[in-house]
Write a protein that binds this ligand. Sequence first.
Ligand code: SAM
Length: 221
Amino acid sequence: MRKIGSNIYSDGRRIYTLNLTPGKRVYGERLVKWKGKEYREWNPRRSKLAALIKKGYKGPLPKEGDVVLYLGAAQGTTPSHVSDIVGPQGLVICVEFSAKAFEKLLPLCEERQNMIPVFADANNPEEYADLVPGKVDVVYEDVAQKRQTEIGLKNVRMFLKEKGLFMIMVKARSIDVTRDPQTIFREEKKKIEKAGLEVVDVVRLDPFEKDHAAIIALKTG
Ligand SMILES: C[S@@+](CC[C@H](N)C(=O)[O-])C[C@H]1O[C@@H](n2cnc3c(N)ncnc32)[C@H](O)[C@@H]1O
């Protein structure tokens, strides 16, 4: 095993995160012991953040101790790996508006002390402003909505600290099924730049996620 990021490891073929809650699985993933510690396999077909890393992305990622505002947490698959990454000193604020997904997210947040569940619409950040402790280090967004970039940028303006990291998993088909995904990714990137952020990378997530791209940006002020 080789360390490739904060609490992220690779055995050359697969990637893993250091399990914050040893002995416990979140979505049936494989648990692996190495040098007395336990790691959870991180499946790039189940998590776009894992797909981004598997695609060779080497730029900024959430790290130990970070406070992450996670928009579109669903049942907590990727949030659980982000929870491993930020570790016991960090925090993952999980925003989700589907009651069905939230029901499954709740027990996971009880098990993992660094995850806070927030039942809210990410389009209305003022509704959960009280639950966000000051400014956050990372805004991570995966909501598969037509106006996903605008939603993310609203949260960035309100909560992201200077030099903070914005990561958005863009689903071209949610924005417009009829248009070329590459054109859509270019347009979304421009919106982020127009909002004053510095885009550091745009990575297509195929073949793990068809017609998706990750856009990674820094708030430069
Ligand atoms: C693709 S899934 C997220 C998967 C999750 N990020 C993961 O990797 O484990 C998208 C989620 O975003 C949620 N969502 C969509 N729009 C939202 C909004 N405006 N506010 C909060 N959640 C939203 C959906 O209910 C859905 O659970």
